[in-house]
Ligand binder design. Structure first.
Ligand code: ATP
Length: 440
């Protein structure tokens, strides 16, 4: 299959659009920004929420075998000792003795050359740098008060395995899902929100009888790839890449990444791992809890194996933006449009009174109030209608409703569709049902 990589300009176009339209701002910008951290603006917060909601809908709401969890971000060293993160969650760090730049050795094209200044032979030997953020819980900064910001959400599911089993009446195969912030002190954050030190993950641990692990691993690889396709990313920009045996963690019998073709090449959106019973065994040994499942019907007791689909919400948001971005010529002008899936689009509809006169804005706001009961709506009464349409196109709003002077007599509004720009006239009372049928 040929790689249809987008032009490198797409990256700048997305970053500019994000700033211009309130999607993503550099964090602490008035103080010069802060080390590859980002804030999600009025439009971005909706977009990010929709990414997470779409994941939750597929992974929890539409399933009978998966329950949710929201575990603490601050966590004791015991969790990370058991999981292996304190010993192994490291990247090899090298410094350039010529220019002072720091790099991840495993990401260098030539392990002998500094990519910042081009000097050869000046890189230090690698030292293992732990990516976890360390802090202290409480007022005294003693060793006993050490706490970590979680570097992944997954351990929350493992340490709550028995709690969930005892309270949810689930039995393997079943899953525990969580969406939330994770923190990694990345040596080289970059590519906008692709790699940041604070980011959001969407992870699920699926506990299965050991003999069924391979079959569920295949199942989740298929399901997860399909999720991105179902939410509007073209198949040609996605691939499922199985890890080579030397890339696998020692406990994993298989890992595949869902990758997206970014303008700079293929990048991971999600990893699906067949983790065996490594995590539960580690926590059982360290905590003294059993962390097993007892099957009353067969009298069998076993420690389930785990399949883990682990995705990044912020990274996925970027892939959705890149896949949706389009520019086209319309009557001699360039139209920028985000062709986002309606479930991902920040606003579902914009209500636009043709004029600012109260005789139009009054009933337009009344219609807005009705629609807001069911969906996220934008409202805009400034500037010419054509410019307002373009603005909504740029943030991916699937439909615009124009309330004009005729609306006062015919009780109808004009509905304009984002992708085709086609317009239809609809009775106001039919609008909600019409939209709901199209926004599933
Ligand atoms: P990478 O190889 O890119 O560092 P990883 O394999 O360490 O990622 P996992 O630990 O498998 O990542 O985490 C699952 C998902 O969390 C990743 O697929 C990615 O979408 C997201 N993720 C991980 N690290 C970051 C980060 N620093 N910034 C944004 N998203 C991240």
């Amino acid at each position: 299959m040929s790689e249809e990589r987008d032009s490198p300009e797409l990256f700048d176009q997305i970053v500019n659009l994000c700033k211009r339209r309130g999607i993503v701002f550099p964090s602490a910008e008035i103080y010069g920004g802060f080390r590859s951290t980002y804030d999600y603006g009025p439009v971005g917060v909706l977009l990010l929420r929709n990414v997470k909601d779409a994941w939750w809908r597929s992974m929890v709401q539409l399933r009978h075998d998966v329950v949710g969890l929201d575990a603490a971000i601050l966590s004791p060293p015991a969790i990370w000792e058991a999981s292996g993160h304190l010993q192994n969650f490291t990247d090899p760090l090298v410094d350039c003795r010529n220019c002072g730049a720091r790099h991840r050795q495993d990401q260098l094209e030539d392990p002998n050359v500094c990519p910042s200044c081009g000097t050869a032979g000046k890189l230090t030997d690698p030292r293992q740098f732990n990516l976890m953020f360390k802090t202290h819980a409480g007022p005294v900064e003693t060793e006993g008060a050490v706490a970590y910001l979680r570097p992944e959400t997954a351990q929350g599911m493992f340490v709550n395995f028995a709690n969930v089993l005892n309270t949810s009446r689930k039995r393997p195969p079943f899953g525990i899902a969580q969406v939330g912030k994770s923190f990694r002190n990345e040596i080289t954050p970059g590519n906008f929100v692709f790699r940041t030190r604070e980011f959001e993950q969407m992870e699920m641990e699926y506990f299965v009888p050991p003999a069924e692990a391979d079959q569920w691993y295949e199942y989740w690889c298929r399901e997860r790839l399909q999720w991105y396709i179902d939410h509007g990313i073209p198949e040609s920009k996605l691939r499922l890449r199985a890890h080579d045996p030397d890339e696998l963690s020692h406990y994993s019998s298989g890992t595949s990444d869902v990758e997206f073709l970014f303008p700079w090449g293929w990048g991971e959106l999600e990893g699906i791992a067949n983790r065996g019973n490594y995590d539960l065994t580690q926590h059982a040994e360290r905590s003294g809890e059993r962390l097993e499942f007892f099957d009353q019907a067969s009298g069998e007791r076993y420690r389930p194996h785990v399949i883990e689909p682990a995705a990044g919400a912020t990274r996925t948001l970027m892939a959705f933006l890149m896949a949706a971005y389009d520019e086209e010529e319309v009557r001699g002008e360039t139209r920028t449009v985000l062709r986002l899936h309606p479930r991902i689009a920040p606003y579902k509809v914009a209500v636009l009174p043709l004029s600012k006169k109260p005789e139009l804005t009054g009933p337009a706001l009344e219609l807005l109030g009705r629609l807001q009961q069911s969906m996220m709506c934008d409202y805009d009464e400034t500037q010419a209608i054509g410019r307002r349409y373009r603005r909504q196109d740029e943030i991916g709003t699937p439909y615009c409703l124009t309330f004009d002077f005729d609306s006062l007599t015919d009780g109808a509004v004009t509905v304009r569709e984002r992708d085709s720009m086609e317009q239809v006239r609809l009775p106001i009372d039919d609008v909600l049902g019409w939209l709901q049928a199209r926004l599933v």
